[in-house]
Design a protein around this ligand. Structure first.
Ligand SMILES: [Zn+2]
Length: 268
């Protein structure tokens, strides 16, 4: 039983062969693929996808950059301006009707964006946190270059169910956060082989707080290639070696951690 808690199967790179990609993941033993939304278009596509495949678990969110698209003129990010308030209302409605397994992707980004955008980023993030809190849903966090601030806000807001996706902050902050909160987890990406920091997190975090993700099509284990959910199998292999346990035990532990955080979910 394997799981990918953070992937973007709505990305155009998957358009030509999406069904095969999902089939490969299922054949590899994945029982859950949490597809994360970024803006209105992907959020709606994910709800449709979840109706077609029982393994696809829908998480809806607003990517930090997308939430402040109206403040940016950054061509690199390919942002579209949309009605953020209406989208928050849409996500809230889906949460209320039990149509989503989690809120995400959301959070803060201090890599692409300057301090002048932080207040607006936090406003969107807080609105999404509120949805997760009110409906007792997990929340999946993007925290690039603002890891400490994300931890602080989630803590103050009393979020009990959290997954930090591709956490790149100091390992000691992650360990402290995981020790303080039973159900705050950290998902380790498929590029772990090339990342000392993810290897160190795998070694030092409580084993109960480890999860697997791909962020596919990004963060491939092989640079320059398209990542896909089936790659979590190799991540588990790598993590088992680091923790000095069998692959089966590592996979079982991660599945339990997934169940503890996300619970059970069937698409409606
Ligand atoms: Zn992502």
């Amino acid at each position: 039983m394997y799981v990918d808690v953070h992937t973007h199967l709505t990305h155009p790179k998957f358009a030509p062969d999406l069904h095969q990609v999902i089939q490969r993941a299922v054949d590899a033993g994945l029982k859950a693929i949490v597809v994360n939304g970024l803006e209105p278009e992907s959020n709606r596509q994910i709800l449709e996808l979840a109706k077609q495949f029982p393994e696809i678990k829908p998480a809806l969110g607003i990517y930090p950059s997308q939430g402040i698209a109206h403040l940016c003129d950054n061509d690199k990010l390919n942002l579209k301006v949309f009605d953020v308030k209406a989208e928050i209302a849409f996500i809230k409605e889906q949460a209320k009707n039990g149509r989503i397994i989690a809120v995400g992707e959301c959070g803060l980004d201090g890599y692409w964006h300057g301090v002048e955008t932080f207040a607006e980023q936090e406003r969107v993030f807080l609105a999404l946190m509120e949805i997760a809190y009110d409906h007792d849903l997990p929340i999946i966090i993007h925290s690039r270059k603002l890891e400490k601030r994300c931890i602080e806000l989630l803590d103050v807001h009393g979020q009990k169910r959290v997954d930090f996706h591709c956490y790149c902050g100091k390992t000691k902050f992650a360990v402290a956060a995981a020790q303080k909160h039973d159900n705050w987890k950290f998902s380790i990406p498929a590029n772990i082989k090339r990342s000392e920091s993810f290897q160190s997190m795998t070694k030092k975090l409580p084993i109960t707080s480890l999860l697997t993700e791909t962020d596919a099509p990004y963060l491939s284990p092989v640079p320059g290639t398209r990542n896909e959910p089936a790659n979590v199998v190799d991540t588990v292999k790598e993590m088992a070696q680091i923790r000095g346990i069998s692959e089966a035990e590592m996979a079982q532990t991660i599945w339990k951690n997934y169940s503890d955080l996300f619970g059970t979910f069937t698409s409606k």
